[in-house]
Design a protein around this ligand. Structure first.
Ligand code: NAP
Ligand code: ZN
Length: 367
C-alpha cells in the first residue's frame, strides 16, 4: 500500500502572481513574510504589493526572517501577526522565509505561554488547538521545495541542531513558480539550492518509504536537473531554465512530502548549525558517501536520469560546483554524529545506520 497527498495548487509560469489575484488573496488582511532582501531582489514583493493594492487589501510586511529560522524569532513573528490583525500569510523567499511562515502561522493562532497547554516547543507536536493561518508561497530559490511540503525546519539552540515540525495544515494553499524570481540569484546560491533539490529527489527515490508515485516524480525531477548541469556550472541562466529548475525543486518537495529525507539531511543539519554551511551545500558534501550503501540499481537509475555515468562522476561534478570546506576535526565529527544519529531521518534510510557509520561518512566526505 502507498498513499499520495499533495493539497497545494501549483501555478507555473511568468507573471503567475500578477495574473492570478484570486489565488493570492485568501483573506482580508495579509501578512507578507520574507527575508531581508529576497522579496525585493527577486521582484516578487513588488508584484505581490501591486496585486494587494489593486484589490484594496491591507497588508503588513514582516521582512525580519534570517537564514535557518530560529524558534524564538518565529514566536515573535506570530505575535506580530496577531497584533496586526492579519488573517492570511503570503510567504516570499527561499526555504528560510517559507519555513518561517509555517511556524509564524502556527504561533499566530496559538499563543505560546510558559506553563500553559501550549508552550514554545509544543510546535513540534504537529497538532494544535487552533488551525494555523492559511498561507500561499512564492519561492525565490529553486531548492527546498518548501512550497509543497508540510515541513518547517527550525534552528533549536537547546538541542544544537535543526528540527522539523509537520502539520497537515501547514501546506500552502497555492505555490507560484515564476522563473523571473530566481534569475538574479547569486550563482553560489543557485548551485547549492539546486544540489538541495537533487538530494531531495535522490533521498526520496532511495528512501525506505519510496513508492511508485514518488519514484516517478523523483526521476522526472532528476532528469530536469540533469539537463541543467552545465548551466549550473556556468551560471548562465534564462527565465525558461529558471522555471524548469523551480519545477524540479517543487517535484523534490512533493517527493519528500511522501517519503521524508535521509541521513544526508540530518547529518547536514550539523554542518549548518556548527559551521554555518548553507543547507544544500552541506547535503551535497554527504550525498555520495550515503549512496555507497544504497542498492546499486536504484543509484544507477538516479545517475542515468542525471545523465551521469557513475558515482565518481557525480562526486567530481559536486566537487566542481561546491566550495571546499576545511578545518574539520575528529572531535567535531564525534560531536556532530552524536547529535545526528538521534534524528528521525535515520529510520527512513534504506540500510541500518550506526553512529560509527555516520563518523566514517563525515570523515570520508569532509576530511
Ligand atoms: P535561504 O536560507 O532561504 O536563502 C539563502 C540566501 O539567498 C539568503 O541570503 C536569501 O536572502 C538569498 N536569496 C533568496 N532568494 C533570493 C533571490 N531571488 N535573489 C537574491 N538573493 C536571494 O536558502 P534556501 O536554501 O532556499 O533555504 C534553506 C532553508 O530551507 C534551511 O533552513 C533548510 O533547513 C530549509 N529547508 C526546508 C525544507 C522543507 O521541506 N520545508 C526542505 C529543505 C530545506 P534573504 O536573507 O534576504 O532571504
Ligand atoms: Zn533540503
Amino acid at each position: 500500500m502507498f498513499k499520495f497527498h499533495m493539497p497545494t495548487k501549483v501555478l507555473v509560469g511568468e507573471s503567475c502572481v500578477l495574473e492570478n489575484p484570486q489565488e493570492l488573496i485568501i483573506g482580508k488582511h495579509a501578512l507578507i513574510v520574507t527575508g531581508k532582501s529576497s522579496g525585493k531582489k527577486s521582484g516578487a514583493l513588488d508584484d505581490v504589493i501591486k496585486v494587494l493594492e489593486n484589490n484594496k487589501i491591507p497588508y503588513h510586511v514582516y521582512d525580519k526572517i534570517e537564514n535557518n529560522p530560529e524558534i524564538n524569532d518565529m514566536a515573535r513573528g506570530g505575535s506580530f501577526a496577531r497584533t496586526s490583525g492579519c488573517d492570511f500569510i503570503i510567504a516570499i523567499g527561499g526555504g528560510s522565509p517559507l519555513d518561517a511562515a509555517k511556524a509564524i502561522g502556527v504561533y499566530a493562532t496559538n499563543e505560546p505561554k510558559e506553563n500553559s497547554d501550549f508552550e514554545l516547543y509544543d510546535i513540534f507536536s504537529g497538532t494544535y488547538k487552533n488551525k494555523p493561518l492559511p498561507m500561499v508561497a512564492i519561492p525565490t530559490t529553486a531548492g527546498t521545495g518548501s512550497e509543497v511540503t508540510p515541513y518547517s525546519i527550525l534552528t533549536l539552540h537547546k538541542e544544537k541542531t535543526k528540527k522539523s515540525f509537520t502539520c497537515v495544515h501547514s501546506f500552502f494553499k497555492t505555490a507560484f513558480l515564476d522563473g523571473r524570481y530566481t534569475i538574479n540569484l547569486p550563482v553560489l546560491v543557485a548551485r547549492n539550492t539546486a544540489v538541495d533539490a537533487m538530494c531531495h529527489l535522490i533521498e526520496g527515490y532511495t528512501n525506505k518509504k519510496a513508492s511508485p508515485s514518488s519514484d516517478y516524480m523523483a526521476i522526472e525531477g532528476l532528469r530536469i536537473i540533469g539537463k541543467h548541469l552545465d548551466k549550473l556550472q556556468s551560471g548562465d541562466f534564462d527565465v525558461e531554465s529558471c522555471t524548469q529548475l523551480l519545477w524540479a525543486s517543487t517535484l523534490g518537495g512533493i517527493v519528500i512530502s511522501q517519503t521524508g529525507t535521509t541521513i544526508v539531511h540530518s547529518m547536514g543539519y550539523e554542518l549548518t548549525y556548527f559551521r554555518d554551511i548553507p543547507h544544500g551545500q552541506a547535503n551535497g558534501y554527504l550525498l555520495c558517501e550515503y549512496l555507497k550503501g544504497v542498492d546499486k540499481a536504484r543509484v544507477q537509475n538516479c545517475l542515468d536520469a542525471l545523465n551521469l555515468k557513475s558515482l565518481e562522476e557525480l562526486k567530481e561534478y559536486l566537487g566542481k560546483i561546491l566550495p571546499r570546506v576545511d578545518n574539520i576535526t575528529e572531535n567535531d565529527i564525534l560531536e556532530w554524529s552524536s547529535i545526528s544519529i538521534k534524528a528521525k531521518n535515520v529510520a527512513s534510510c534504506p540500510y541500518p545506520v550506526t553512529q560509527e557509520m555516520e563518523i566514517e561518512m563525515y570523515k570520508n566526505s569532509l576530511m
